[in-house]
Design a protein around this ligand. Structure first.
Ligand code: BEZ
Ligand code: FE
Length: 337
């Protein structure tokens, strides 16, 4: 039988086998040792997985095993050098250091690497019913926004380029969902979120609810396309990749109704110059909407508006446990494993 050490070293424990033509002769300077434990670029993966096999939580075990297998495969594929990995460690360290209660550079990294949209896309597929697609929560979400009545204006500083958001929140069969909570947040017309300003005032964000017919009505302003924060390590990466770093103009929604799967999504303005090359891949599918003047049925006449109906799936037991992609940055970083 092969011993564990022999198995990791890729040799037999019989001791008498002639070295294969690929085995290098032992160098003259090598020290002898009573126990020989050499890792190869393959056996180090097996050894790591073997040591982690005691992990108690089965899902944590599954995730970490896959992470180790893929990380090791990645390092092997690109033949990662020590200097390159130190550069990677330096980058990841600075990503963490850039985070504050108002800025989440790790989410930004996940978003710009397409990981957040990948996870959203897989999450959409697990819904019991096919609902409106989800999109990124993004790093500018804040909990407890101001509460507004239907038709109130959320842009407190400058409401000169007014626009109305209206439509219904329904189930997937089109039945209205009354009293659904509709939380909305967006940039001001200058393309900046309130969190990027110098004071703490919440602006261009608010919480509404649908009426008895499932209708919502929000007065806002035309958002603008903008650059993601480029003054950190993620910005350095984007610049090195010769990407522009822009997001098309968009409006975020977080919609909740009892018994239905929470919806995190965003509407992206159809004629925006960056609609096809969003740096965080949030603009897709049915989430691209036009701003139109005087739309038939718009509750506010003579204004630009976006009409959009959101369809929510019923909630499954699994939905209750799966969490959101993204969070209020001030709430991240305080939970141990
Ligand atoms: C945003 O929606 O505003 C956003 C999303 C991802 C990264 C940066 C910004
Ligand atoms: Fe955004």
């Amino acid at each position: 039988m092969r011993s564990i050490l022999g198995w990791m070293n890729g040799s037999t424990d019989k001791g008498g086998a002639a070295p294969s033509s690929q085995t290098k002769a032992r160098p003259a300077h090598a020290n002898g040792g009573d126990v020989k434990l050499d890792y190869t670029s393959e056996s180090i993966t097996t050894a790591t997985l073997a040591q982690m096999a005691t992990t108690a939580d089965p899902r944590f075990k599954q995730i970490m095993e896959a992470a180790v297998r893929h990380l090791h495969a990645f390092a092997r594929e690109v033949n990662l050098t020590p200097g390159e990995w130190i550069k990677g460690i330096d980058f990841l360290t600075r990503v963490g250091q850039k985070c504050t209660p108002a800025r989440q550079e790790v989410i930004l990294l996940s978003d710009t690497l397409g990981l957040s949209t990948l996870i959203n896309t897989m999450h959409d597929k697990t819904a019991v019913e096919e609902a409106t697609h989800s999109s990124l929560l993004g790093p500018f979400f804040r909990e407890d926004p101001p509460k507004y009545k239907a038709g109130e204006q959320i842009s407190l500083r400058d409401a000169s380029d007014e626009m109305v958001l209206w439509g219904k929140v329904t189930d997937v069969k089109g039945r209205p969902l009354p009293n659904a909570i509709v939380s909305v947040w967006q940039t001001a017309t200058d393309g900046r979120y309130d969190m990027q300003a110098d004071d703490d005032t919440m602006d261009c964000r608010g919480e509404f609810s649908t009426d008895a017919n499932g209708d919502y009505l929000i007065r806002s302003v035309r958002p603008n396309f903008y650059s993601i924060p480029m003054d950190g390590p993620v910005g350095e990466m984007i610049t090195a990749q010769r990407r522009h770093g822009n997001r098309p103009a968009h409006i975020h929604f977080l919609i909740g109704a009892p018994g239905h799967r929470e919806m995190v999504t965003a509407l992206h303005i159809a004629d925006d110059p960056h609609i096809m090359d969003d740096v965080v891949f949030g603009a897709h599918g049915d989430l691209i909407a036009g701003i139109k003047m005087d739309q038939p049925g718009c509750p506010v006449p003579g204004v630009n508006s976006i009409k959009f109906n959101f369809a929510l799936s019923v909630e499954s037991e699994a939905d209750k446990k799966c969490g959101r992609v993204g969070a209020d940055p001030s709430k991240i970083g305080a939970t141990a494993i």
